[in-house]
Design a protein around this ligand. Sequence first.
Ligand SMILES: *[C@@H]1O[C@H](CO)[C@@H](O)[C@H](O)[C@H]1NC(C)=O
Ligand SMILES: *[C@@H]1O[C@H](CO)[C@@H](O)[C@H](O)[C@H]1NC(C)=O
Ligand SMILES: *[C@@H]1O[C@H](CO)[C@@H](O)[C@H](O)[C@H]1NC(C)=O
Ligand SMILES: *[C@@H]1O[C@H](CO)[C@@H](O)[C@H](O)[C@H]1NC(C)=O
Ligand SMILES: *[C@@H]1O[C@H](CO)[C@@H](O)[C@H](O)[C@H]1NC(C)=O
Ligand SMILES: *[C@@H]1O[C@H](CO)[C@@H](O)[C@H](O)[C@H]1NC(C)=O
Ligand SMILES: *[C@@H]1O[C@H](CO)[C@@H](O)[C@H](O)[C@H]1NC(C)=O
Ligand SMILES: *[C@@H]1O[C@H](CO)[C@@H](O)[C@H](O)[C@H]1NC(C)=O
Ligand SMILES: *[C@@H]1O[C@H](CO)[C@@H](O)[C@H](O)[C@H]1NC(C)=O
Ligand SMILES: *[C@@H]1O[C@H](CO)[C@@H](O)[C@H](O)[C@H]1NC(C)=O
Length: 434
Amino acid sequence: MLCAAASLLLAAWIAGTTPTAQGAAVLEPADGTVYFGAWLNLSDDTPLAFNKRMGFNASSFQMSQNIPLDPFDYVTGSGGEIDETLLEATQTNASLFLTVYPTTTLDLINSTSLTLLGEQILGYQSAPYNRSVFLRYAPEMQGDWFVYGLAPTSFLSGWKTMYTTIKSIAPDTVIVWSPNNAFGYPWGYSLSQAATTADQTLLDTNGDGDYTSADDAYSPYYPGDDYVDWAGFSYYEKGLTYPYVNNVAMPNGSFETAWIGDNDTVVTPFYSTYCETPARPCVVSEAGAAFHVNTTEGDGIGQLALEQLWWLDSWANSTFFATYPLVKMVQLFEFAKVEEEEQRDYRITYNSTLLSAFTSSLLASVPSLYQSPIYQADSSSSSDGTNADASGSASSASSTCPSLFGGAAPSLRGVGWEMLLGAVVGVLGAVFCL
Ligand SMILES: *[C@@H]1O[C@H](CO)[C@@H](O)[C@H](O)[C@H]1NC(C)=O
Ligand SMILES: *[C@@H]1O[C@H](CO)[C@@H](O)[C@H](O)[C@H]1NC(C)=O
Ligand SMILES: *[C@@H]1O[C@H](CO)[C@@H](O)[C@H](O)[C@H]1NC(C)=O
Ligand SMILES: *[C@@H]1O[C@H](CO)[C@@H](O)[C@H](O)[C@H]1NC(C)=O
Ligand SMILES: *[C@@H]1O[C@H](CO)[C@@H](O)[C@H](O)[C@H]1NC(C)=O
Ligand SMILES: *[C@@H]1O[C@H](CO)[C@@H](O)[C@H](O)[C@H]1NC(C)=O
Ligand SMILES: *[C@@H]1O[C@H](CO)[C@@H](O)[C@H](O)[C@H]1NC(C)=O
Ligand SMILES: *[C@@H]1O[C@H](CO)[C@@H](O)[C@H](O)[C@H]1NC(C)=O
Ligand SMILES: *[C@@H]1O[C@H](CO)[C@@H](O)[C@H](O)[C@H]1NC(C)=O
Ligand SMILES: *[C@@H]1O[C@H](CO)[C@@H](O)[C@H](O)[C@H]1NC(C)=O
């Protein structure tokens, strides 16, 4: 089905018709399955190490870089392009979920920078890598914590230029529009902080002259159905009351509320607007629950119980995925970081107690939901990790079914989990004997 749609799009493309998001090859996994992805701290982790400790091969890994690219720093290892060879090292066809942060407002990102990005992505999509690429561009654009934020006019025009440029160079790229979830919106910002009066008009969606939680948290930044392939958001559970520094039990259903909205706290609904009309796959682009490492306040909930509440409500909640079948990818945020001057630990897979509880929860509730990507050795693959020729023809990348993921035979889908079951039973045995 997907391949047929992709071929039709290719035909339309050759005929000179403008390709639209609806017709694009969106790499949507089969119904009833979800891509399991992770965003790792590459200072002390790798995709291969993650797969090994999970006992399961993630179907996507997230990495980030800036646009324009910062120069690569040979001392700190920062800057430059992401390191695709970390994905090659997993020997799986996990997709790359590439997050790109503009370092200026979007209208100032010029075509040279966008062309370089498109060529970089096309290189990953071409032989020998043949890797599927999601591009999450300029995420969390509704606040000023990123320099491009709180500027919808610039965002909308810059986004459309980006979409058109990337698609013309690397048409198989899945372009992901991903605001921050509306919980707490507008986070104390006022209209006067917006860049222009045109921005203020866009942000005041109910036209009452004020900027409040009654204004729509997403629509000012939505570029239109033809410019979004997948939609998604960042969503974190940090506590119930500002400034979110204590460990408290989050209510069941919090994750669902993030998708459908809530009349009490005025969370703008997302699922009905951006996943169902038009129907398109959606992704939790980054998410987790913060364990406040140094606090002694709160209701005394420990790290395991806090994280468990979170994953039983989200990743390991089969009812959720049955109810919201267009949510087709999750991206685990595996970081511990200082935020608001306190240490917050979002990680689930670093602590063996949390890890085994997590994998057994996934197994118990969603045994066939997450696909494990399968590696197929490529005889033409180079072993030296050098870059593929980025100048290859864009249309050749479209000439075969571009979905590395779409063709998995149903019988293959469970394999990873069956193997994981074997691996986890031993661990569980130890845990349950305590
Ligand atoms: C585009 O932006 C890059 C990065 O800021 C800059 O180096 C380059 O000179 C710009 N190119 C043009 C044609 O303005
Ligand atoms: C929340 O859900 C979990 C898992 O289904 C359940 O064990 C727990 O009792 C629920 N908590 C409340 C307060 O309903
Ligand atoms: C799981 O998802 C369902 C449906 O979205 C929701 O009602 C429930 O609160 C969620 N959490 C748990 C722990 O079941
Ligand atoms: C919010 O309230 C409206 C009107 O009462 C209702 O139709 C809608 O279902 C409610 N939404 C949620 C998420 O409770
Ligand atoms: C791992 O998590 C458990 C459960 O919260 C905790 O008791 C233990 O101290 C943690 N271990 C480490 C090394 O942090
Ligand atoms: C990443 O890991 C390094 C090394 O453990 C640590 O110093 C750094 O704070 C971490 N960064 C984030 C954002 O979690
Ligand atoms: C948290 O506490 C540890 C010691 O338990 C300390 O080393 C660390 O600096 C503290 N972090 C913050 C952000 O206060
Ligand atoms: C990975 O590649 C294999 C072999 O080409 C294919 O069967 C599979 O569907 C691909 N994707 C996943 C998620 O396994
Ligand atoms: C990668 O793509 C090229 C050209 O489309 C093809 O010849 C090669 O077999 C592919 N490799 C894999 C592993 O699918
Ligand atoms: C994960 O991928 C590796 C490398 O391709 C493979 O050897 C292993 O069997 C896979 N594991 C699972 C659980 O599928």
